[in-house]
Design a protein around this ligand. Structure first.
Ligand code: DX5
Length: 234
């Protein structure tokens, strides 16, 4: 499907996707490069508006700056109200994949089609309280489902293990409709202990902020520890 994104395919296999929310913004380019040198093929950019979630983070200028310095797959997670107002601008700024929240998208079917029409892969995120079945009418138009394993808004939170069965529920939903399962991403409290639990349930993309950018051993060692934890689950 290379026609989407800026001619980038969704990277295959089990992907560690460092979340730059946890990065040091005074050194963002250098830290992204360090994670790439350690094998990162995918980054997640957490956009928060202080309304849909109780935190305010980054937006279009940071994506534009990162796009100018990396060819790595950039996944934009819109934790904002009315995401429909920002789909094309984030595609223009260089997103390869745009994820909207099921809980925030008034016209989810339309938003997903607009994301693809803008040349990006389409993702939808589910908060811990939102059932997989809410996607039954749109799963055929989704390239990725993001199963939140924290309540969104902050890094460094505790992994919510009760969200794990939703991974299999999404795969069942796809099978019941005779469609190939989307990429299934997990996000929040993902580390060498929780990542294999999610991989065993069928997750394929692992968003990790603190356990890549914040933990003591450093980015390269942290990426290696996550990769080692996922080995054998491919
Ligand atoms: C939380 C964000 C996550 C967060 C993950 O609302 O969506 O991507 O950055 O951070 P950690 O990995 O520290 O839980």
């Amino acid at each position: 499907m290379g026609e989407r994104g800026l001619n980038r395919d969704i990277p295959g296999g089990l992907q560690i996707a460092p979340s730059i929310l946890a990065a040091d913004y005074a050194r963002l380019g250098a830290e992204v490069a360090e994670a790439e040198d350690a094998g990162a093929e995918w980054f997640q950019i957490d956009v928060m508006d202080g309304h849909f979630v109780p935190n305010l983070t980054i937006g279009l200028p940071v994506l534009e700056s990162l796009r100018a310095v990396t060819d790595t797959f950039l996944d934009v997670h819109l934790m904002i109200d009315n995401p429909g107002a920002f789909l094309e601008p984030f595609a223009e700024a260089g997103a390869d994949l745009i994820t909207v929240h099921q809980e925030a998208s008034t016209h989810l079917h339309g938003d997903l089609h607009r994301i693809r029409a803008a040349g990006c892969y389409a993702g939808v995120a589910l908060n811990p309280a939102t059932p997989a079945e809410t996607l039954s009418e749109v799963l055929g138009y989704v390239d990725l489902v993001l199963v939140m394993t924290v309540n969104p808004g902050f890094g460094g939170q505790k992994f919510i293990r009760e969200a794990v069965p939703k991974i299999a529920a999404i795969r069942r939903l796809a099978a019941d409709r005779g469609i190939a399962p989307p990429s299934i991403q997990v996000d929040g409290g993902i580390d060498p202990a929780s990542a294999p639990v999610c991989a065993a349930a069928g997750a394929t993309s692992f968003v990790a902020g603190s356990s890549v950018f914040r933990w003591a051993p450093g980015i390269a060692a942290n990426m290696a520890a996550l990769r080692a934890a996922l080995d054998g689950h491919a």
